[in-house]
Design a protein around this ligand. Structure first.
Ligand SMILES: [Zn+2]
Length: 280
């Protein structure tokens, strides 16, 4: 199973934190009638007809060993999950790649939902500390401003993002920001106010890490389908369509936040006039 690809001077690796709970797709994609899933059921839903995404991060390392070492998102975190009885495995899976928490220089967050920020901060009682002690956390200021307002209640943000400020690890960013030569953020707002993808351009190749631009492989074809998690569905649909169009025409390699391990990395190709996912 391939979880790594080299893009010019960089290696990008999908790193699993764990499988999420399996849910009835109708409870997540509430506007999509059950029969509309039929063409996608065999590969977009599990054998029980449930939608079951994975939680994962992506590691970006230079092939020559140069810094920075970049982690995109930090999974659901160090909690025991009821449906597996196990803790998130992000740190174990990073260690298996030879990466310790202190090796991470930058954590860039696609958006401030609980399944993407979980490992940011550890707690000893009420006292937060940084899981990645040498990392600066790059957070979209639009998410920071939105979730800092009490009316936009987001306990995961309060637990895992807000403390970054007092811990001296917060870097708020706007728009397109370069993390390293050829690596930048790309705003794709809508899933949250500040949702962003990470673009990696090197050696004539381009890859994109898509966060929660889409949550099901069916959405590569049905690009206007939105899960209930999307903050602004008109905006998320526009962002999804624009990015998937670019990924298709420019033949980008696409690293997804939630598609099943084994088919989470792929290309968007045109088949019989439709956009479809081709796992690599
Ligand atoms: Zn997510």
């Amino acid at each position: 199973m391939t979880t790594s690809f080299t893009i010019g001077d960089y290696e990008i690796t999908a790193v699993l934190d764990g499988p999420s709970t399996a849910r009835d797709p109708g409870t997540i994609f509430t506007e999509v009638p059950d029969e509309a899933w039929n063409p996608y059921r065999s590969f977009a839903l599990n054998s029980d007809g449930k939608w079951q995404p994975d939680w994962r991060s992506h590691l970006i390392r230079s092939t020559s060993g140069e810094r920075p070492t970049i982690l995109v998102d930090t999974g659901m975190g160090d909690v025991v999950h009821e449906h597996t009885g196990e803790r998130g495995k992000l740190l174990d899976n990073l260690a298996a790649l030879g990466v310790q928490p202190e090796d991470i220089d930058i954590v860039v967050t696609t958006h401030c939902h609980g399944d993407h920020i979980g490992w940011n901060v550890a707690y000893d009682g009420d006292m937060p500390s940084l899981t990645f002690p040498n990392a600066t956390h790059w957070i979209a200021s639009r998410d920071w401003e939105h979730y800092s307002k009490s009316e936009n209640d987001n306990p995961a943000f309060d637990k895992s993002v807000k403390p970054l400020e007092s811990l001296g690890a917060l870097k708020l960013i706007d728009g397109i920001e370069q993390l390293a030569p050829g690596i930048s953020t790309l705003p794709t707002n809508g899933h949250t106010p500040g949702h962003q993808c990470i673009l990696v351009e090197s050696g004539g190749q381009t890859a994109v890490i898509t966060g929660d631009l889409f949550h099901s492989v069916a959405q590569v074809t049905e690009q206007s389908w939105c899960p209930t998690f999307d903050w602004n569905t008109a905006m998320s649909t526009q962002s999804r369509k624009s990015l998937l169009m670019l990924a298709s025409t420019q033949e980008w390699i696409v690293f997804t936040g939630h598609l099943a391990t084994g088919s989470s990395i792929g290309k968007v190709v045109s088949e019989d006039g439709k956009s479809v996912w081709k796992a690599l």
